[in-house]
Design a protein around this ligand. Structure first.
Ligand code: LLP
Length: 385
């Protein structure tokens, strides 16, 4: 929990804003990279989780590459100084101009998600007079045991190419002159807390890689995506995700010879270092007896609770009252689902108190919108307080 001293320092900033704990981000990256380097695993940061320039600057210093989901994300990564050769680019709906840009920038690999996309990359690469490295994003048909809104690798999902479709297109893909399949990519979902799911994933990947190799693809790398979850319930108990456990599982179960193994972690790198600081505007009680606290943040700054029913731990960081009450914390947006949480036990809360919504560093700011013409939230960094 933020100390009273820090809370006092926050009073001068206009709420709502994201507060980033720079020390925690550094510790998280140190933990991640020290283990990844031991195994020679390559890490790409999924920039969709948070593209804050200051955070990117820190992430870049650790020798991490980038995973992108759009042409603008590729541009953002390159402008932030990441080596194009460390960038992978996935996405089910890449526009022609985005593919052209990725080809122009000579990124490490375009992870293709349909046969038609492979054809288009081939045509655009021919136009540019290049042979472009691609990876096949295979849909592995795995239930990642996470919130259904954020799974990405079940058979019916829009992501990746079904294994059957790849099999029936092998000859065609191999006949294309301007793309070279150098990798295989999967991503099964996000916020995965049941680590045995990664074991199932390895077993699937082993079979797919072996089969693709037998079919004549010379795969240099296997990209197993991101997905490692964080502790939203009790962030203080687990500020740094357990990278060691997931790498140990991968090391034990992934059998892909001397191919490079790549990961694309987003949430696990930045979720816990960010929190949304809001201020209480009003208190009121509904006719049904529900005690509402209306804060000056909303789903336009942090959409996860409204969109996925996600839980974020909430605290009042300025009230010193002994009495605790149960509150429903709601935002300012003109939407009934704009509720951060219900039945939150907080010390007696009044207008002007600061309320923090924790574990919001991933998919918080990057999903912010200007609905109701709200201003986008600012950012405050712990080392600049
Ligand atoms: N790679 C690919 C291809 C992905 O689709 C994703 C996330 C990642 C990497 C990063 O996964 P992570 O390590 O962050 O789990 N907005 C949602 C999460 C959507 C995740 C989509 N894909 C949320 O707020 O929970």
């Amino acid at each position: 929990m933020l100390s009273r001293q820090v809370a006092d320092k926050l009073a001068k900033y206009e709420t709502p804003f994201y507060l980033y704990d720079i020390e925690l981000l550094n510790q998280t990256l140190e933990s991640l990279m020290s283990i990844a380097n031991r195994y020679s695993y390559k890490i790409h940061y999924a920039i969709k989780a948070n593209y804050d320039a200051r955070l990117l600057q820190i992430i870049r210093k650790y020798g991490v590459g980038i995973d992108c989901a759009s042409g603008n994300e590729v541009r953002c990564a390159i402008e932030a100084g990441f080596d194009p050769k460390s960038i992978v680019y996935a996405g089910v709906g890449k526009r022609d101009k985005e593919i052209r840009y990725a080809i122009e920038q000579n990124i490490f690999a375009i992870n293709c998600e349909s046969i038609e996309e492979i054809d288009l990359v081939n045509d655009l690469a021919a136009e540019a007079g290049k042979v472009v490295n691609i990876a096949l994003r295979v849909n592995p048909d795995i239930d990642p045991k996470t919130n259904h809104c954020i799974d990405t690798g079940q058979a019916d999902s829009k992501f990746g190419i079904s294994y059957e479709e790849i099999l029936s297109s092998v000859e065609h893909i191999r006949s294309l002159k301007n793309v070279l399949v150098i990798g295989m990519h999967i991503h099964i979902g996000s916020q995965i807390r049941e680590l045995h799911v990664f074991e199932n994933m390895c077993n699937k990947v082993n079979v797919i890689v072996e089969n693709l190799t037998n079919l004549g693809f010379e795969l240099e790398f296997v990209d197993v995506g991101g997905g490692l979850g964080v502790n939203y319930d009790m962030p203080e108990n687990e500020p740094i995700p357990n990278f060691a456990s997931v790498f140990a599982i991968i090391k034990q179960h992934l059998k892909v010879g001397d191919r490079e193994v790549h990961f694309e972690f987003g949430r696990s790198i930045v979720a816990q270092c960010g929190e949304l600081i809001t201020k209480v505007l009003y208190n009121k009680t509904t006719a049904t007896g529900r005690r509402l606290v209306i804060v000056d943040g909303s789903m336009t700054e942090l959409i996860r609770p409204a969109l996925y029913g996600s839980y974020h731990n909430i605290e009042n960081i300025t009230s010193e009252a002994d009495q605790r009450l149960k509150y429903t914390i709601v935002g300012t947006a003109c939407e009934s689902t704009d509720v951060f949480d219900e039945n939150v036990s907080l010390p007696l809360t009044k207008r002007g108190d600061l309320i923090t919504i924790k574990s919001a560093g991933a998919y918080g700011m990057s999903m912010a919108s200007r609905y109701n013409q709200h201003d986008l939230p600012g950012a405050v960094y712990s080392d600049e307080l």
